[in-house]
Design a protein around this ligand. Structure first.
Ligand code: SAM
Length: 292
């Protein structure tokens, strides 16, 4: 059990000693910085930044001259304990990441865990998060969703994860780098299906914000001609419930036979059936063997 006491309601706007503030910053439009985010950055003892150059630009713009410390993926093991020890000595710290909400697809989550383990109070100054901004703009169901962050960057890892996600019925949120977008879309089309709805949310809150609501097939076709530019969040519609799928009434053998009749080899037909059903190939193989 690890309970740290959060500052009480009337103290919420005071910067308190020994507290880590997770401060959300804009994802593109500076006007999205909240009044409280600015106040906290101005009043803490020091600011921990994922990219000091990036955050210094914001701080210079606001005329904030606090000491900064860098805290990012490749120095977090050394810097995390240093930040915690400064917090334990009574200093206050604002954690800001490159853009958006700290601890979402960035090393902030490790610092929060370290603070929690060390009994240091963590509180948040909420604001922009690219994932949620994209989700609400997507036009896809928002009632139940799954945040996946970045898919693995290697082809095999990406395909494995997509296969694991192929039967997920909730809306999926993914971050993607522009240089990987075309390959990822191609894998998504072949694993999740050509007709799966997708919203490609690009350059959110920036001048060139664009939401493309389409299907995987059309997204692949579009990006065969267009070069991906800027930052993307991908929102994918969830899989149809199994009982609404075309194979709902088929046995496994009938399901495999269906694909073979449509031109797939036995091996590819088994793979396709396994993917549809969200099970391993061996399960399909066993079911077919037991029928022979
Ligand atoms: N912590 C951040 C947040 O709250 O969204 C996310 C950090 S993650 C390292 C960066 C990824 O977020 C980018 O690669 C992109 O997928 C997404 N992203 C950030 N800003 C964006 C924007 N303005 N438009 C679209 N996607 C954005």
């Amino acid at each position: 059990m690890n309970n740290t006491v959060c500052p009480s309601a009337e103290e919420k706007n005071k910067v308190l000693p020994g507290v880590l503030y997770l401060v959300a910053t804009p994802i593109g439009n500076l006007a999205d910085l909240s009044e409280r985010a600015e106040k906290v950055m101005r009043e803490v003892d020091f600011v921990a930044c994922e990219d000091t150059r990036n955050s210094m630009k914001l701080m210079n713009l606001l005329g904030i001259t606090k000491p900064v410390i860098s805290y990012f993926e490749h120095n977090k093991a050394a810097k995390g304990p240093e930040i915690v020890s400064r917090l334990q000595s009574g200093q206050s710290c604002a954690l800001v990441t490159d853009a958006g909400t700290p601890a979402i697809s960035d090393p902030g989550e490790d610092l929060v865990r370290l603070c929690a383990e060390s009994g240091v109070t963590v509180t948040s100054v909420p604001g922009c998060c690219a994932a949620i901004t994209a989700l609400i703009l997507s036009g896809l169901p928002t009632g139940k969703f799954v945040f996946e962050g970045f898919l693995p960057s290697d082809k095999k890892g990406r395909q494995t994860r997509l296969n694991e996600l192929s039967r997920e019925e909730r809306t999926l949120i993914l971050y993607e780098a522009p240089h990987r977008l075309q390959d990822s879309l191609a894998d998504m089309e072949s694993i999740l299906g050509a007709e799966r709805p997708i919203a490609l949310c690009r350059e959110l809150t920036k001048r060139n914000e664009e939401i493309m609501r389409t299907t995987l097939k059309d997204a692949v076709a579009h990006y065969k001609l267009a070069e991906p530019r800027g930052e993307y969040v991908l929102i994918l519609g969830g899989a149809k419930p199994k009982n609404e799928m075309f194979f709902a009434e088929m046995t496994i053998a009938q399901h495999v036979a269906f694909y073979e009749e449509n031109g797939l080899s036995r091996m590819d037909a088994m793979k396709a059936a396994a993917r549809d059903r969200g099970v391993g190939k061996s399960e399909i193989y066993k079911a077919i063997q037991s029928k022979q």
